[in-house]
Ligand binder design. Structure first.
Ligand code: ATP
Length: 675
């Protein structure tokens, strides 16, 4: 960095262009006021650390930023030019010199328990709070993983009985590993298990059987000790209301079968001690409105023996730290999720960091021997010098929902592997996926898709938004405020879940804001909605913040419906499906922080599924266009997927670009090596 660079005017210019946030500059200014002779490279590092945090990174990776500044910092911002860029400023710096300046600065120290607002750890610079979270999360996960549980002599027989009905011929004969029983075997022995898998790979199925195993062991132990047979205290949780509702629904179906004694290998009585209720993490921890503090923490731990967290890819580092600190020291934790999905909106990528080597696991000899004994499967191909925590991580590999004949499955796998040729080749081979190359938002193909859900290449009966609006209108004469109104509202909500537009970006004609407006125009010109008032019958909305008063969580989706009030004009109420299966009707005026969701971001769609999902890419390159974003969009689709491309050349570059999140967590977790 040249000594005469006027840093503040330049930073102000970046602020004006939206490149930096006011917060990013405020911290550096404060530090400079406190320690006026703080060198400019240190101030710049502070600004960039805060900027990186705003983009999901836990720290500023000084080595990486020196190597590829524009890539890491996403500079200049999309569509803008900048003459004097941080790239130029840091051009004269070496890693050794920058680290030296930081080590000497009063505002930085290297100790977890120090006082300075920033912490330098190797070549990573953190805001202290995030450094603390990273250390705490690593320590807590490693402590969980180290906790061993006694296993019965007949574990192999028990696992065989539980999983036999789920094995195909190759798995029964041992030609292929049965990953679900292997996952259960790993989880049974330790305080920690991480089970990653794409859509339909059987995460829920596996966890139900695992819970059946652990509960039957506990019930036996309690009976043998002459205690009341209550089983383990099990709780289930997910990051969003939608994800919680989906898991709950999926658990309820299997549990009903178990409780009726219809699941081979599982006693009906065990079904009684497996819960189907799923909480959001906020509710589980006892969120306190408008603070980041929870009722449960290290001094007031959760009352449970085992916690299952679904959709763990959406859990950010701060939430993970809160969750781990609230676990009682004797509890087990099972994390379920899809490591290939987008990471959490907030900083950190805990599941991704944990699963760095999950594609090709590196199981130690002792793990190999244990799994061989417990399941009979030989994982010699996956032996390696993995760290201790990797021994508790397993990836499920076979999708039972999207097989080889599924376009959605084939496309998702090709995107996940970055195989551009295969992505380009698969559109014409399947009837459940379609690609629309569009010229503008006025393109009639967009209107057809939005209204009817049809696109060239799709077979069957995919729906568009006309469907739920027709269901709404058909019930208009028959919807009082009583239960018949509920049945009607439920059918509208269900029909709304048949189709959803997802956007990669928020801004521009192909972003959430632009498309919400365009879709409203299309629906209004088909006389399906009236948009002369902000609240109109059929308006779908999403909560943008938790509202504890209303018991509605960020990401919850409701639809505004007209209810008869006994005469005169119908009254509008926004109806939300609640995690317990009930419906909540809310006055529109009570909802201050909601957005229309004819279109929503891929981020916001995580944890949800729609029969027909249409993903819209923008018409400009943007750093958010990554393989993980496209994969997440595709895997929201249950039966049909349509990709809308205003600019075709952006697809290959998006499929090859990986999301990167700077963090020291993987190193902390994976550095505990055997021997
Ligand atoms: N081994 C198996 N053999 C046959 N069908 C299976 C097997 N495992 C799971 N399934 C079926 O596949 C479907 C998906 O399973 P499950 O819901 O457990 O997957 P998941 O990974 O939890 O899915 P999601 O992507 O919704 O999180 C279910 O219908 C389930 O019954």
């Amino acid at each position: 960095m040249s000594n005469n660079t006027p840093i503040w005017p330049q930073l102000e210019a970046y602020l004006d262009s939206g490149w930096l946030r006011p917060l990013d500059l405020a911290l550096a200014r404060l530090l400079q006021q406190q320690v006026p002779d703080t060198p400019e490279p240190v101030l710049l590092a502070v600004v960039l650390t805060s900027h990186q945090l705003g983009r999901g990174h836990l720290c500023l990776d000084l080595a990486a930023v020196l190597e590829a500044p524009d890539t890491l910092l996403a500079l200049p911002p999309p569509g803008r030019r900048a003459d004097n860029r941080p790239t130029d400023w840091i051009a004269g710096l070496t890693l050794a010199h920058w680290c030296q300046l930081l080590r000497e600065a009063e505002v930085v120290d290297e100790d977890e328990n120090g006082q300075a607002p920033l912490v330098l750890s190797g070549h990573r610079l953190y805001l202290r709070r995030y450094f603390r979270y990273e250390c705490e999360v690593a320590r807590a996960l490693l402590a969980l993983q180290r906790r061993e549980f006694a296993l019965p002599e007949d574990l192999n027989a028990r696992l065989s009985a539980l999983f036999a009905p789920l094995k195909d011929e190759a798995e029964r004969s041992g030609r292929e590993p049965h990953w679900q029983s292997l996952a259960a075997a790993l989880a049974a022995r330790s305080g920690l298990a991480v089970i990653s898998g794409g859509p339909g790979t059987g995460k829920t199925t596996t966890v139900v059987r695992l819970l059946a195993l652990l509960q039957s062991l506990k019930l036996d132990a309690q009976r043998a000790a002459g205690e009341e047979a209550t089983g383990l205290r099990v709780r289930l949780a997910a990051p969003t209301g939608k994800a919680a509702a989906r898991l709950s629904e999926s658990m309820a179906g299997t549990l009903a079968q178990i409780r009726a004694g219809r699941v081979a290998g599982i006693d009906a009585e065990v079904g009684a001690v497996i819960p189907a209720e799923v909480d959001t993490l906020h509710r589980l921890l006892g969120a306190r409105p408008d603070t980041r503090f929870f009722r449960h923490h290290a001094d007031n731990p959760l009352h449970l023996d085992l916690l299952v967290v679904d959709e763990a890819s959406m859990v950010d580092l701060e939430m993970m730290a809160a969750l781990l600190s609230a676990l009682p020291p004797t509890a087990r934790l099972i994390l379920l999720g899809d490591k290939d999905q987008l990471a959490s909106v907030e900083a950190g990528a805990v599941l991704g960091d944990l699963c760095r080597y999950a594609d090709v696991p590196r199981y130690q000899a002792t793990t190999w021997a244990y799994l061989h004994q417990a399941t009979g499967y030989d994982l010699s191909d996956f032996q390696g010098p993995g760290s201790d925590i990797e021994q508790q991580i397993l990836m499920l590999r076979k999708s039972h929902r999207f097989g080889a004949d599924s376009g959605i499955g084939t496309l998702a796998r090709a995107v996940n592997r970055g195989e551009v040729g295969r992505v380009n080749g698969c559109w014409s081979a399947f009837g459940d996926i379609a690609r629309l190359d569009l010229n503008s938002v006025q393109d009639p193909a967009l209107s057809t898709l939005v209204l009817e859900g049809t696109a060239q290449g799709l077979t069957g009966t995919p729906r568009g938004y006309r469907h739920y609006l027709t269901v709404m209108q058909q019930g208009l004469d028959n919807h009082g405020c009583g239960p018949e109104g509920d049945a009607w509202a439920r059918s509208v909500l269900e029909a709304f879940g048949e189709f959803q537009l997802l956007c990669a970006v928020r801004e521009g004609p192909w972003g959430v804001a632009g498309l919400n407006q365009r879709v409203a125009e299309i629906l209004a010109s088909a006389s399906l909605i009236r948009t002369d008032q902000p609240w109109f019958a059929g308006r779908p909305v999403m909560m943008m913040r938790n509202d504890y008063g209303l018991n509605l969580m960020n990401g919850d989706i409701g639809v505004c419906l007209p209810f008869a009030d006994g005469g005169g004009q119908p009254v509008l109420r926004v109806v939300f499906p609640m995690p317990d299966g009930s419906l909540k009707r809310v006055l529109p005026s009570r909802l201050t922080e909601v957005e229309t969701v004819f279109a929503m971001t891929v981020h916001k769609s995580q944890g949800s599924e729609f029969a027909h999902t249409a993903l819209v890419l923008p018409d400009h390159p943007n750093p958010v266009l990554t393989r993980e974003l496209i994969y997440t969009g595709i895997t929201r689709a249950r039966s049909w997927f349509t990709l809308l491309l205003p600019r075709a050349d952006l697809l290959p570059s998006s499929v090859t670009r990986r999301t990167h999140r700077s963090s020291g967590l993987a190193q902390r977790l994976l550095e505990t090596r055997p021997g």
